[in-house]
Design a protein around this ligand. Structure first.
Ligand code: DGY
Length: 325
């Protein structure tokens, strides 16, 4: 029997591509050519190949238009990401196309990135690195680049899902106190003593560091706006490793400039890879290029999840295990 055709939009780790090529008639993008940025090109290639599956990634334009134009041969869209905000899930559902993603395997790595940014913001690490790299460092000084400690501070986790809870575990090791705000309170074994806030009005003024772990989409668009920033303690820190559109960039730039927010660490951006230009002029913001899940181990595990889902539906005729729609 012929192997099912799978169109792969992005360059993936070598071992993932090798497994895909073994199981499927995989149409790889080994050079990571930028055709993945164009929905019409994705559907053209899927049609030409007679694809049964499309393996896409975070940021690919799998919007309603792209989904509607996919050929009838496509049975599954599997994304190399946990986030599905780039996929029109309703449109896929309406066409009977299964959508799968990669939950669980990237929680620790993404929490590590949030933790890195939290420390970079607190300890002015980006500023220090730029100083040394520019050859401008003149030696140790008693008042040079003084930051704030995280020890004894209160971490506020917005969205206490898997990633937020991994971050909370790491922060407990830094002797931080954990508060969280989410749509509902979690059971005690997941809370592990963290303080739940049912409202942002009690949450935001109670915390020293806000770490954002909310999904993209209209429900969270510009969640961190000027009004919410004003409710935070003066001099608090902000970290975002969730999705860029949940921050109102102009408002955060203003808060970083006025000192309402002491420093921030960002891994995701509204309209990325475009970054709000206001951040570039600020020393008190650490900017990473969406590195959340970028470890060798995690990217291999994400690939394995994608393959598991494709194999279930296209080879074994089973319901894929990690469905988002
Ligand atoms: C995801 O998986 O959604 C990330 O943002 C990409 O690592």
């Amino acid at each position: 029997m012929a192997k099912p055709v799978v169109l792969v939009t992005r360059k993936l780790p070598d071992e993932v591509e090798a497994r895909l090529a073994g199981l499927f008639d995989a149409r790889l993008n080994t050079a990571d050519d930028p055709w993945f940025r164009d929905g019409a090109e994705i559907t053209r290639r899927a049609t030409e190949a007679g694809a049964a599956g499309v393996l896409c990634a975070a940021g690919d334009p799998m919007n309603a238009e792209t989904i509607a134009a996919l050929p009838a041969s496509v049975k599954i869209v599997t994304t190399f990401s946990v986030g599905t905000d780039h996929i029109a899930l309703d449109a896929a559902k309406a066409r009977g196309i299964a959508v799968t993603h990669t939950p669980e395997v990237l929680s620790f790595a993404t929490a590590e990135t949030a933790f890195t940014l939290m420390l970079m913001a607190a300890r002015r690490a980006g500023e220090g690195e730029r100083l040394v790299r520019a050859g401008k460092w003149e030696g140790w000084a008693p008042t040079q680049l003084m930051g704030v400690t995280l020890q004894g501070k209160t971490l506020g986790v917005l969205g206490f899902g898997r990633i937020g809870r991994e971050l909370a575990d790491m922060a407990r090791g830094m002797q931080m106190t954990i508060h969280y705000h989410d749509v509902q309170r979690l059971p005690p074994e997941l809370e592990k003593g963290a303080t739940f806030h049912a409202t942002e009005d009690s949450f935001l003024p109670a915390i020293d560091v806000l770490s954002m772990h909310v999904p993209g989409g209209e429900g969270t668009r510009k969640w961190l706006n000027a009004a919410r920033l004003a409710k935070m303690k003066r001099g608090a820190l902000v970290v975002n490793t969730g999705r860029g559109p949940s921050v109102d960039d102009a408002a955060l730039v203003a808060a970083l400039t006025s000192g309402q927010i002491r420093a921030a660490g960002l891994d995701v951006y509204d309209g990325e890879p475009r970054v709000h230009p206001g951040y570039f002029a600020l020393e008190n913001v650490a900017l990473l290029p969406h590195l959340g899940s970028a470890t060798i181990e995690t990217r291999a595990a994400m690939g394995a999840r994608c393959i598991e889902n494709l194999e279930a539906l296209l080879i074994k005729g089973q319901n894929p295990p990690h469905r988002a729609a």
